[in-house]
Each structure stands twice: as C-alpha cells, then as structure tokens.
Design a protein around this ligand. Structure first.
Ligand code: SER
Length: 634
C-alpha cells in the first residue's frame, strides 16, 4: 500500500468500527494562542478530551496535517520532516485499551500487511511519585495479540532511556519505559504539566527495519546496546496510543470524567514501514517531489540526498501553509514559512536550480493531495503566486549579497568567517557561494573561517530556537540590545510570578519587541494590584542586585529533573539544553534558572540604564486559565 492508500484504508477501517471521519484542522490553530502550529492530531480536540461533547460523537477518525517547526534543523536525515500527516482515532469515553490495541494491531498486520515479527511495543512502567500504576493491562493485551500470530512476546522492564543503552533488548518484544518515554501530554514532560492539563500513559509501536547488534562505531555513538527508543535507526516509532484518563491538579493527578483514547500515527512513517524502507522520503507523498528535483537539477538523489530532502520537506510545508492562509513575513507563522522557503531555495541554489523552483514543484506537491484534501489542489494557483513572489524577493536578496561580497573584497582584504556568516545571515548568501566567489576572484579566505562560521551558526541556531518559540519582531537578522533587555526581564518576571503566585505558573507564550515584553502564563484568576506591585518590586530588586547572566549546557533530563530548570509549556527539547543562570555574586543559588536559547544581557543592571524601572502596564485574560502581561522598562 502506498501512503494515499494507507490513509484511506485507515479512515475506512475505523469508520467500520463506528467512528465518524472529521476534516483536518488548519495548520494554524484557531483559538489557541499557546502554539503557532497544529503539531499533533489531538491538539484541535483538547476540549473534547477534557469532557466537552463532540458534535460528531464519541468515536472520531482523521488524518491531521501537522507542522513541527522545532524540527527544522533536523530535516535532512532519513526520518525527520517538519510537515507530516498524523493518522488519528479517538475514543471520547467510548472504548479503551482492549479495543484500541487490537484494532491498531489488526490494521498494521492485516490491512497494511506489516510482518508482526518486525513489530515491537512499549508500555508505561508506572510512576510512584504520582501514584500511577504500571500499565500491565496493555502489556498483557500485546502479549495475547502477538501470540495470536504465533509469536511469544517477552515483557522487559527498561525504565529510563539511559538504562536501555545499558541493558538492551534481552530478547523481549514488550518493553516498559518511564514517563519520559511512555507518558503523553502537551507539555512534553509529566513534571511540566500545568494544572488542568490532560495526559496519560501511552503505548507505542515500533517497526524494526533490521536486526544487528551495535557495532563498535554505533556503540560510540549510541551506547552499548540497542533498544526500541534507541536513535540508531533500527527502530522507527509508527504509532502511539495514549490512554488519556488523567488530569493534572495542584498536588498530583485526578481522573478525567471519562477514559479517552488519543491515537496518533505518522502516515509517512507507516508508509515507510510498508515499503520496508528506512527513508521516509521514498514514500509516495514525498518521492515524486524528489524525482522532479532530480529532473530539474540533472543530479541524483543518492549523491545529493540532504539537499533534496530539505527542499522536498520545506516546500511541501510552505505549500500547505499557504493553502491554510499564511504568507511569508517577519512574524510568527509567516516567519517560519519564510525560513522554510529560504532554506529550500538556498539548497536548490547549491543544486544548481537557480530559478522557477516553486513554479515547477508546487503543482507536483498539490497533486499529491487531490483525493484526500481537495482544498490543497483547489488553491494551487493562489499558492503558486504566493510562493513565486517570495522566491523572487529572496533571489534578489541573494544577488544583493553578491554585491556586498564584492564590496568587502574590493579593498583587497581577506574574507573572514564573520564576513561569510554575515553574508549568509543577512543576505541568505550560501556559504559555498562565498567560497566559490572568493576562489573565482582570487580572494584569500581566513584559515579559521570555517570554525568561526560554525560558531556563529550555532549561536544563530540558539536564537532561532528562541524565535520559533515566539520572538519574531527582530525579523530575520538582528537581535538588538533592547530585545536582550526585555528577554532578560522576561526571565526575571517569570521567576517573580512563581514566587508571588505559586508554582502552577507556567509560561505559555512570550513575545518581545523593541517597546515591551508580552508574556502568557497559566494562572486561574486576575492578579490583584498588590500582586502586580509585588512582582514589579521583585524584578526591580533583582535588577538592582546586578545579577550576573551566564549560560551552561546540561542533558535535558538532568536540567529538568535534577536541577529543576524552568521551561515553557509545550516545548519539546533535544537531548541537551542550554540553561540561563541569573545569580548574584554573593549568593549560592541562582534567582532564575531557565531553559532558553538566549540571547540575554550580561548583567541585570543593564536593564536600569538611564534610570529605567521595570513596570507591568497590562494584566489581562488571554484564554481560559491563561493570563497575559505586558511590561516595559521605562
Ligand atoms: N497525542 C499523541 C501524539 O501526538 C497521539 O496522538 O503522539
């Protein structure tokens, strides 16, 4: 089955089991200020999982178009895409584990035709600190299901991912992991869930492409032993059944009024498993884009794999963003769209495709969706117009970069890593192009330019991670001093809010411009004027204490669980995070310790330059349970 066939077979399968098919939600969430994009199938259904009645009933099925902008830098390997479809079925208090797991297993093995021998599953090991039991029920159901296919499936307790690398598979097929792997909630981590947020244990299915012990190279890279959650590529997660029956309270968890199922499975990944092909770009809703690129560039995928993957993913994402009403800009969703397009065009430039990229590729992309999402194909002409316009503007920028390059070198000076970075960052001028131009014109390149460029790139990545969280006003290039000040003030205020109101305060959004900071956070009621004054006083006191602002890197687990670094709601972090520390010279504990990409000022006293004070100018409701503050330095 190809991807299109899998999508329609899935909908039909669940319709046959009493589900109503519902349309996809737009990539831009409606009435949900907490996030820029729809990143999972359950996001648009959150209020129904909390207990509201859905007009289509208690059993729902769909294929949801999703975008995860935080994965933009990961695209290029064989499994990451920013845009993907998530097949989803939901029980809103109708059925639970003993229907969900057999149905999904039947769908994978009998409908899609996957070999059950290649399937491995994981279940929740339980969490004593929250008094949540081990999910033995799911594990036993899995055992029976495998037995029905003549497979004896052993149960193995792994616990943490790190332990998985130490203990390995132990010939098991059903693996228990802790909450970092088998608990699902929008906050990403069980201990970051704000009060009122639903979540639950989950059970994931993995497809195993090949079986091999970790060889020496892999051991160095991934650890001694492989296990389903290992990143070496042997395993690919293809579906996740969340048993959403818990609600976070101020002290722990209570049960939701109903037991829900929230299932999500990546369509591209299931299609890759159906092909027994580790490369998701080979599936039928990506491969035609790659073929067209081979055609346009006269180059082949095997030798230009990364570029072609980036272009295929990014233009597909930009196309659906345009269908859903976004245009490239320097703000919010439009900024992400612009970044996606510029990265695609830059990579195309390196492939030698210097014009008409969008005009050639968009019709291929829209045609891939004509059966299931007719609105995509119907918007074709409008989308092409939008994308071509942006391509033209960006190509002009590239040409401008060429002019700047020539003026830098006109004086006869060497090209430095900083020059190359500036050309890249401000004019989108590709690194290779700078080098090529230098070579053509006989200009010397500094010996350490690569290292310098890499360092600046890394800093830039940290900045854009921050940007995808919500700070877009700085546009594509600069982060001014004023931004840094407000960014630092935001950290101080976040901590001050928690000290004043309590630990239920979790950041839901942040937006900074030259004039003010804006901050959304969970808190059930309007703040009193005393509380507002208290927060202002704490922040000003910390500014006066001249805290030193530094950052350090930690493994994510350690940062969150051992060091209790603050994070933002909904963020999914990589393996290592950058944490900003704001601490007085003579104090042992930092005042603020928060996961963040930066940038910040070096000393908090910089915030009071010219006698400025921190002041909250507005405190209002943003959405249910979320307050919004605007504050200034004046
Ligand atoms: N919410 C779960 C996920 O996104 C399953 O739909 O993985």
């Amino acid at each position: 089955m190809n991807a299109q066939e899998i999508r329609s077979a899935y909908i039909k399968f669940f319709e046959g089991r009493g589900h109503s098919a519902i349309p996809r939600a737009l990539l831009v969430p409606q009435n949900d200020p907490t996030t820029l994009f729809t990143g999972s199938g359950m996001q648009p259904l959150i209020s129904y999982l909390l207990g509201e009645e859905h007009p289509s009933g208690q059993r729902l099925v769909d294929s949801q178009t999703c975008l995860r902008a935080q994965d933009i830098e990961e695209v290029g390997d064989n499994r990451h895409t920013t845009f993907f479809e998530m097949l989803g079925n939901w029980s809103l208090g109708s059925y639970f584990k003993s229907e969900q797991l057999p149905w999904f297993f039947e769908f994978l093995t009998d409908v899609v035709g996957l070999d059950p021998v290649k399937l491995y599953v994981t279940c929740f090991i339980g969490d004593q600190s929250y008094d949540i039991a081990k999910d033995v029920d799911s594990a036993n159901i899995w055992e029976e299901l495998f037995r029905s296919k003549g497979i004896e499936a052993g149960q193995v307790e792994i616990g943490s991912e790190e332990n998985g690398y130490r203990v390995g598979m132990q010939e098991g097929r059903i693996f228990y992991y802790d909450a970092s792997k088998n608990w699902w909630c929008r906050a990403g981590k069980i201990n970051l869930m704000p009060e009122g947020e639903p979540g639950g244990p989950d059970s994931e299915v993995f497809y195993r492409f090949y079986e091999r012990d970790h060889d020496e190279n892999e051991k160095l890279k991934y650890g001694d032993f492989c296990h389903p959650n290992c990143d070496c590529g042997q395993f690919l997660e293809i579906g996740n059944s969340v048993f959403m029956e818990y609600l976070k309270t101020d002290t722990g968890f209570s049960k939701l009024p109903k037991q829900n199922v929230d299932f999500g499975g990546g369509l591209e990944r299931i299609a890759a498993a159906a092909l027994n092909e580790q490369d998701v770009f080979k599936v039928s809703i990506l491969w035609p884009i790659v073929e067209k690129l081979e055609d346009l560039s006269g180059k082949n995928y095997a030798s230009h794999t990364e570029s072609m993957r980036v272009i295929a993913d990014h233009l597909r994402a930009a196309t659906v963003l345009a269908v859903d009403g976004i245009v490239p800009s320097n703000k919010e969703q439009g900024y992400v769209m612009r970044r996606l397009m510029r990265r695609a065009i830059r990579f195309a430039f390196e492939l030698g495709v210097e014009q008409n990229l969008c005009a050639e590729l968009v019709p291929i992309i829209t045609s891939l969706y004509q059966d299931s999402f007719p609105e995509i194909n119907d918007s074709k002409d409008r989308v092409i117009d939008i994308l071509i316009k942006e391509e033209k503007v960006f190509r002009q920028t590239l040409r401008k970069g060429l002019g700047v390059f020539n003026s830098i070198t006109a004086s006869g000076k060497n090209i430095t890593g900083q020059d190359i970075f500036k050309l890249y960052d401000t004019y989108g001028f590709p690194l290779e192009l700078s080098k090529e131009e230098a070579y053509k014109n006989g200009v010397e390149i500094d010996a350490n330019s690569d290292a310098e460029f890499d360092r600046l790139m890394e800093e830039q990545r940290d900045r854009s991670r921050t940007a995808t969280k919500g700070e877009f006003k700085g546009g594509l290039g600069g982060q001014t001093m004023q931004h840094k000040k407000y960014h630092t003030a935001t950290h101080l205020m976040y901590q001050a809010l928690r000290q004043t109101l309590g630990d239920h305060v979790i950041q839901h959004g942040s937006n900074i411009n030259e004039e003010r900071l804006r901050f959304d956070f969970s808190h059930p009621e309007k703040m009193t004027s005393e509380q507002i004054k208290h927060v202002e006083d704490i922040v000003n006191e910390q500014i006066d204490k001249d805290l030193k602002v530094t950052w350090e890197e930690h493994p994510t687990n350690e940062a969150i669980n051992d060091l209790h670094a603050l994070g933002a709601f909904g963020d999914r972090y990589g393996a290592v995070v950058k944490v900003y520390r704001m601490q007085a010279e003579n104090e042992e504990q930092p005042f603020s310790f928060e996961i963040c990409g930066g940038p910040h000022v070096d000393h908090t006293s910089q915030l009071s330059e010219d006698g400025k004070r921190f002041k909250i100018i507005k405190e209002e409701s943003s959405s249910a349970g979320i307050r919004r503050i605007k504050a200034v330095l004046q």
